[in-house]
Write a protein that binds this ligand. Sequence first.
Ligand SMILES: Cc1cc2nc3c(=O)[nH]c(=O)nc-3n(C[C@H](O)[C@H](O)[C@H](O)COP(=O)(O)OP(=O)(O)OC[C@H]3O[C@@H](n4cnc5c(N)ncnc54)[C@H](O)[C@@H]3O)c2cc1C
Ligand code: SF4
Length: 330
Amino acid sequence: MTEALPEFTLDRPETIDQAVTAMAKRPSSRFLAGGTDLIVNMRRGLVDTDCLIDLTGISELQQLSDGKSGLTIGAGVTLREICEHRDIRRSYGAIGEACDAIAGPGHRSVATVGGNLCLDTRCMYYNQSHWWRKANDFCLKYKGDTCHVAPTGKRCRAAFSGDLAPALMVHGAEVEIAGPDGRRRMPLADLYHEDGANHLGLKSGEFIVAVHVPPGDTQRMVRSAYAKVRIRGAIDFPLAGVAVACTRLASGEVRITSALTGTNSRPFLIEGFDPIGLDQDPDAAFTNLAKLVQKQVSPQRTSTIGSHYRRLAVSALTQRLAKRLTLELE
Ligand SMILES: Cc1cc2nc3c(=O)[nH]c(=O)nc-3n(C[C@H](O)[C@H](O)[C@H](O)COP(=O)(O)OP(=O)(O)OC[C@H]3O[C@@H](n4cnc5c(N)ncnc54)[C@H](O)[C@@H]3O)c2cc1C
Ligand code: SF4
């Protein structure tokens, strides 16, 4: 059954301040960027709003610069621009590879960085038509009382499925946010909560202005990459995605930073992995890393693919990437 897009008004601010004011006037509005997630969800009756604030006319959100102080990516920069940016690809491999892996070429030409970071969480009981969800008494995330994935639980387990966030996280990215109280900055990893119905730490009326990434690799001492498993190889959300960055420290040790997506309600950094020492057996270290990943992920039955498979897949991907990137550092 085809569902019609509900009627809405469109506000087109040209500055950050105008966007903040527009949202303050009508707090039930939603920010619109490329629309490749929001409009789909509106058609499915998953978004309650009759007013969209289109951010694409704000020039500050289009900034994209890579200099001595690092990389700045405006929230309105499209994924295609990142895919085609040679300097980003050279110094921040994981970021370019994650963008390559998002949706299809048509989507990437309008889909934005801000929209990808603020993507709604996904679940096979939620990303369905209205009549399908109604026939199942809806669910805890929207309009219902029970979670069909974990019926005794009190919170939604829907999975965050954006590919870009972990790639930015392993490069130490921060987000710049604008809202009624002015601007603030925080580590990207702190933007997210482990709650599928409320996974974003944005306050009312706030939106992302830009992402700031510390200076990239000028001396070829850092390697990073992104890999994901998905049902359809050509185009699909990640069942599990992993970004890894390996850095050769001045001491000669190798620091491995990894971050995951698609397995939990938030993308997150793997904690507790010490740098690999010069006298250490790297293979034993990679095995420990894989075990650490398995302990820290908690995929749920939110997809038709079993959660056990996703746990093993993300752990194997992390191990594989860490091994390859460490070799490339030699
Ligand atoms: C067939 C298909 C396949 C897809 N595959 C993938 C995939 O493999 N990987 C993946 O990651 N995504 C995938 N997507 C989802 C989507 O295309 C991308 O995540 C895209 O980057 C979303 O960006 P957008 O600009 O279109 O966001 P929009 O749809 O405009 O917005 C998404 C959400 O972000 C909010 N938002 C937008 N900009 C901001 C901002 N600056 N500050 C705060 N909130 C903001 C909106 O209010 C909305 O809630 C797919 C979509 C489709 C239709
Ligand atoms: S995890 Fe539970 S509450 Fe969340 S979308 Fe799925 S069924 Fe609904």
